[in-house]
Ligand binder design. Sequence first.
Ligand code: DAH
Length: 365
Amino acid sequence: MSDINSTALSHESIATALAKALSEIESAKNLDELKTVRINHAGDKSEIALANRTIGSLQGAEKAEVGKRIGEARNQIRIALDQRTDELQSEREESILIEEKVDVTQVLASGRRNSQAVGARHPLTTIAEHISDVFIAMGYEVAEGPEAEAEWFNFDALNISEDHPSRSSTDTFYLESLDSGVVLRTQTSPVQMRAMLESKPPIYVIAPGKVFRTDELDATHTPVFHQVEGLAVDKNLTMSDLKGTLDHFAKSMFGPGIETRFRPSFFPFTEPSAELDLKCFVCKGKSNKKNNCKTCRNEGWIEWGGCGMVNPNVLETAGIDSTKFSGFAFGIGLERTLMFRYGITDMHDLVEADIRFTSRFGLGI
Ligand code: DAH
């Protein structure tokens, strides 16, 4: 039998290792420290684990007794570790609650509910939706056409002659080459023909969309802008239906006090044709040489868009019997509408994606 009193298996050594472990567990200040203590006193290489490994050198009752003592010591260490883990864990949770405490009354008092910036939709999007809603309420459907459009839809089908100046490449963006037959649409009017070919009268459609012309960007022009096209084809439609519809449209955009007028004009796809003017909302039509008005240049009226009765040639091209049906159409610029509606004076504001501008319009209109 060996003399265990001088080895790691002695009563004393085990008691010392246990006492050391318990005191270190007790004084661990946080979970990280406790982790190190656990490795040192309960890990594979801890004093007690190493002692346990040499137990095989003992015999009989002694082996049993030492084994029991080591087992008990390990058990005590495990219980102490568990207890201290619980303590440190709740201490940590408590301190997190204190550190991360938010005084809700302070946040509300400062008016800062959400410090994250909230974006806004572009006013062109909201006005297009608003206009669509006005017409949907009158029974219209929203129609669409491609931005890269066949020259035929953009010009020929609309009774625009082959030598019309608007076809020239100084006005129109041609894709690929001049004879490719494909242009970036210069107006939303080609949607008229697409709508007439797709369905039979009665037809009531509204088509907001992007259009392109070879203009330089300045305070009143942009090469990419937006129009809304309207088309109605039915039995017995007259110019007064057109006037009533556009009057309602104008009132829904600019308020019940707005006045409209038709001024004779010419478009190849309408006959008769008219320019739609709005009574100048700045001078209310009262400007003169003494009372200068920059907005209408003393005209008293400002141009909003074009309109007219659909030319019978256009109806016939779409296969619609022009002796049975008549139609009216109109096209209005969305940028102009926004400029009038909100007093925007520079096109750059509408084109540049500056959120200081768009956020002024909020989410609604
Ligand atoms: N497409 C024309 C333009 O861009 C506007 C227009 C005029 C549309 C008369 C129409 C219309 O539907 O009937 O200048």
